[in-house]
Ligand binder design. Structure first.
Ligand SMILES: [Zn+2]
Length: 700
């Protein structure tokens, strides 16, 4: 899982929020709204902390890395649980290029030669720490056995290398040591390789992820001096041997030398081990803000410390490994070809109680809540799919292969995808997604009690701060880094995601265990249950709506927030490029969105034939699809959605309106003008689809 980017501007002003009872139910006739309210109220009560705890214990009882036998057992567990609920199931297998390590070694060559013990040692109070553990190597590391002087590169960001240049320090032929944080580790690997490093070590510095933030495990929740953050360094999504298409049997695969994968060995490390290297580094003193939390003065180097990094994997003998998605399906009674999907990844780097047993459990408990409601004779109008994905940790592989294989059906029929990645490891609620679904997520959050007993999840969420130009809680924009990417970035399907976060220092470590969860993350499993309550209600709300509950007026208003930064960038460059056309098309989308919302609410006061609803919903589903470009972003064709993407220079930070913002970053005025015109035309088509939906409401 990717850590959420904390890029939202928060203003902590308290403004009275409307009470739950005053909220109209978007997209429902009054009669259907009453039935739906009763159904949701009943379903929300069903997820159980005790059941969540039992699932969590079972699913975290072994290290379940994608491609291992243990991970096949989590597939069997989830399928068996879904079957018990009476849900139709399918396990789907893909064979993907995913080498596993054979041996990983790091040693200090000089001064004082020392072989480092890389594994995370057992903690007496935590049985899971004694399990077999996955070697400490980053997913998709290159192979190699290299020796070189050590250079400390701070976070290994593009600007850090620029600073090294100005200091006259090069990593060429050296072993770069970077700390985790501020960017996706894949970007750190790409930059180290680009600058000529022969290997990269990425370690968790106590200032960012360790004792500076709090007591360390097992005394506290934070990372101890032996804790290691594993994780993939692949910068693309899906199997790198089948870019853009499903890894089904018999497909043509790229040879390894044609794949876009890292070439140098990249190894993650604890701060205990990193200190064995860094404390002896001398040479250039660190620039301002490069000093970390270890108890000695940091230096850039190079050397005199020399290290050796050796990684060997099974790419020559057994590079392809099976991965398994699970699907649970409840068929829709009225619009069976329209799909509402919830999913979470089922693989981890260790026992994975937080990442992502918690998300898997949320999906399972949402499934149980809905399956039990269905036993009372009710049926969802649309088909509901409960998915668990494999190999998310390696590069969103299971969900990406699924989306690539099933793109036609999903493009036609998927009305929403909900993602559960780290659904519960604390008490602080966060949610986000496509601006079209935010009103629905807020409405559901009003219905679910916060486990702290003080009010709704929504009320607690709002206390944490509202967006400056609104009375609503801040929502995250979908940049990248979890399984929604295939649905959102590739196909333009509206998405939402949510979860309860908190202080944690066991991310991608063997210590992300059931014991850690019961001591620190969610001791009573109340937040696991709360995430599932939101999931069950979100699924039912969208699955049963007469008219799909998207809000394109809010969507357009959200887009306008991104204008000032673009205008500033254009003015700074003294370009004459104008945003007038884009502003006009977004105004039209807002206008059409508001007109549609009013027309929908009055039309729903009467009884609408099913065919009318179907035509209306068909047009609504075209709105966000109009904002994808089939040929994708200029730099990354797989990313077709022109609304949000992960910043390609950071990997975590979100970039809104990327076709324009990347053209500005490339300092290309002609391209910027062309991209503004292109996006304006697409917003016009989106507004047109909203207008068509309004027209369809009048057809009989
Ligand atoms: Zn995850």
């Amino acid at each position: 899982m990717l850590k959420r980017a904390a890029s939202l501007l928060l203003a902590t002003v308290a403004i009275a929020a409307p009470a739950a009872s005053q909220q109209p139910m978007i997209g429902y006739s009054p009669a259907n709204a009453a039935t739906e309210r009763a159904l949701e109220a009943s379903a929300i009560k069903r997820p159980s902390p005790a059941v969540a705890s039992a699932h969590s214990k079972q699913l975290s009882r072994e290290t379940h890395v994608a491609g291992t036998a243990a991970q096949a057992r989590t597939r069997d567990y989830v399928i068996a649980e879904m079957k018990k609920l009476g849900i139709e199931t399918e396990a789907r297998t893909y064979n993907v290029w995913m080498p596993h390590p054979v041996s990983v070694r790091v040693s200090r060559v000089s001064p004082e030669p020392k072989e480092l013990t890389l594994a995370e040692p057992p903690v007496a109070s935590d049985p899971a720490s004694k399990l077999w553990q996955y070697p400490t190597v980053n997913g998709y590391s290159g192979e190699g056995d290299v020796t070189g002087e050590v250079v400390y590169v701070n976070y290994g960001l593009i600007e850090d290398y620029a600073q090294l240049d100005s200091l006259g320090v090069s990593v060429k032929g050296k072993i770069a040591v970077a700390r985790y944080g501020r960017s996706f580790r894949g970007i750190k690997a790409r930059e180290a390789e680009k600058h000529g490093a022969v290997a990269l070590i990425i370690y968790s510095d106590p200032q960012d992820d360790g004792f500076v933030a709090g007591d360390v495990y097992p005394a506290g929740p934070m990372r101890n001096s032996n804790g290691v953050q594993r994780g993939s360094i692949l910068n693309s999504n899906g199997d790198p041997s089948t870019p853009g298409y499903g890894s089904t049997n018999g497909v043509t695969r790229l040879a390894p030398d044609r794949m876009t994968i890292p070439r140098i060995p990249v190894v993650p490390m604890s701060y205990g081990n990193a200190s064995e290297l860094l404390k002896h580094v001398r040479g250039v003193d660190v620039p301002r803000n490069w000093q970390g939390g270890l108890s000695f003065r940091y230096h850039v180097g190079p050397g005199p410390v020399k290290a050796r990094v050796a990684v060997k994997d099974d790419r020559a003998t057994r590079p392809l490994k099976p991965i398994y998605n699970t699907l649970g399906v409840i068929r829709g009674s009225e619009f069976p070809d329209e799909l509402v999907i919830i999913g979470g990844h089922r693989d981890g780097w260790g026992p994975g109680a937080a990442d992502n047993v918690s998300g898997t459990v949320s999906v399972l408990e949402a499934a149980r809540a809905i399956a039990e409601e269905m036993k009372t004779g009710t049926k969802p109008k649309r088909t509901i799919v409960f998915a668990t994905w494999d190999a998310e940790e390696w590069g969103l592989i299971g969900s990406t292969e699924f989306v690539e294989e099933d793109s036609l059906r999903l493009s036609r029929g998927a009305v929403a995808y909900f993602n559960q990645d780290v659904a519960a490891q604390g008490v602080r609620f966060g949610g986000g997604g496509s601006p079209s679904l935010r009103a629905t997520l807020r409405d559901i959050a009003r219905l679910v009690p916060d486990p702290n007993g003080k009010g709704s999840v929504y009320a607690e969420w709002r206390k944490a701060g509202v967006v400056p130009d609104s009375v609503e809680p801040a929502m995250g924009d979908p940049g990248g880094g979890s399984d929604f990417a295939g649905f959102y970035n590739h196909l333009g399907i509206p998405i939402a995601e949510w979860g309860f976060g908190g202080a944690g220092g066991v991310y991608h470590s063997q210590y992300d265990s059931y014991t850690w969860m019961t001591k620190f993350g969610d001791p009573g499993f109340q937040y696991h249950a709360a995430a599932a309550r939101i999931g069950a209600a979100m699924l039912l709300r969208v699955a049963n709506a007469d008219v799909l509950p998207y809000d394109y007026a809010e969507f357009a208003r959200t887009m306008r927030r991104y204008f000032p930064a673009i205008e500033r960038a254009v003015n700074d460059r003294e370009w004459s490029a104008s945003l007038t056309a884009l502003r006009g098309s977004i105004d039209r989308l807002e206008h059409e969105g508001a007109m549609f919302n009013a027309a929908r609410d009055s039309a729903l006061a009467t009884t609408l034939p099913s065919a009318t609803l179907q035509r209306t919903n068909r047009s609504l589903m075209n709105v966000e699809r109009a904002l994808i470009r089939p040929e994708g972003l200029r730099t990354r064709p797989w990313f077709r959605n022109l609304i949000y993407v992960a910043d390609e220079n950071n990997g975590y930070a979100n970039m809104p309106l990327p076709s324009i913002n990347e053209a500005i970053r490339a300092n290309d005025e002609t391209l910027t003008r062309a991209e503004i015109a292109d996006l304006a035309a697409r917003f016009d088509r989106a507004a047109q689809a909203v207008a068509e939906a309004r027209g369809a409401l009048k057809t009989r």
